[in-house]
Design a binder for this molecule. Structure first.
Ligand code: ZN
Ligand code: ZN
Length: 281
């Protein structure tokens, strides 16, 4: 397998090297170099700058900015988006994406993860409502908070990266006095350096990408062989009807586009009848 050598550039202003430098050094012998481009021009979590395009396109632009700035040939960028779970709206999830660009091989390798371990949340508080319980639940002060008036519009002041009780109290007071009804909106600050839960999630994503990069394609030998899709329909153990669970993983190569069905990593060949629409309607 042709190996990846030298240095790799990570475009970040949010300390993501704390999660990613170690897996890339230990797993691939690559030295991580950071590029602190102003990625806020590509959009922000808190909505001061609208995010254009999808997460993959944003990642691509970030990685390319870093490559232009450093002149390196290998680039990394990550992007997270947060919201309600598509199937269970009360459950918050993160969609984390990590992209590697290899200019020499003209390759893009993507690792994605639906992250259930997240503190993502937002809550509106009336003039007399106490946010203490909510703050405890989202992990303040080890996890930062954003405050803004409930009537906030882009361009108006908002308060990000709040990690002390004093700063938070002042920001809440300022937000309330700027809102005609004295209401304040609090939300989790999802930037990696202010959110240890997200940093841990990035570390898991980095380890998964390194594992993929260490696996050569069985057809062409390029790095990056790993899961790219899945086929649902794992049969029910009682009646044999297909369920929504994964039957096969599809592994693929980012270079030659080879695809192969792989059995499930956990070895499961039939589904629990509890997952079956016929046996457990
Ligand atoms: Zn291949
Ligand atoms: Zn069944």
């Amino acid at each position: 397998m042709a190996s990846l050598i030298g240095s790799i550039c990570l475009t970040t202003r949010h300390g993501k090297e704390r999660a990613l430098a170690r897996p890339f050094r230990l797993g691939l012998g690559l030295k991580l170099v950071t590029s602190a481009c102003d990625t806020d021009q590509l959009g922000t979590f808190s909505g001061e700058v609208e995010r254009p395009g999808d997460a993959l396109e944003t990642c691509r632009r970030k990685a390319r900015l870093g490559l232009e700035q450093t002149g390196l040939r290998l680039g990394l960028a990550s992007e997270g988006s947060f919201g309600p779970h598509p199937a269970a709206p009360l459950l918050p999830v993160g969609q984390e994406l990590l992209l590697l660009i290899d200019l020499d091989r003209d390759l893009e390798i993507v690792e994605e993860r639906l992250e259930l371990r997240t503190n993502f949340g937002q809550q509106l508080f009336g003039p007399d409502q106490d946010p203490t319980t909510w703050l405890e639940r989202i992990g303040f002060p080890s996890h930062a908070v954003i405050a803004r008036p409930a009537s906030w519009t882009p361009g108006a002041p908002l308060y990000k990266g709040l990690t002390t009780t004093t700063h938070l109290r002042d920001a809440i007071a300022a937000s309330r006095s700027a809102d005609p009804q004295g209401r304040v909106q609090l939300e989790t600050d999802m930037r990696a350096h202010l959110n240890p839960t997200r940093m841990a999630s990035l570390r898991r994503l980095g380890v998964a990408l390194v594992r993929r990069l260490r696996t050569p394609c069985p057809c062409c030998g390029a790095p990056g062989w790993g899961p790219v899709d899945r086929v649902a329909g794992l049969p029910c153990r009682w009646c044999g009807e297909p369920t929504a669970l994964t039957r096969f993983e599809i592994w693929g190569c980012p270079q030659c586009r080879a695809r192969r069905h792989q059995p499930r990593a956990d070895g499961l060949v039939s589904a629990d009848p509890g997952q079956c629409h016929f046996c457990n309607p």
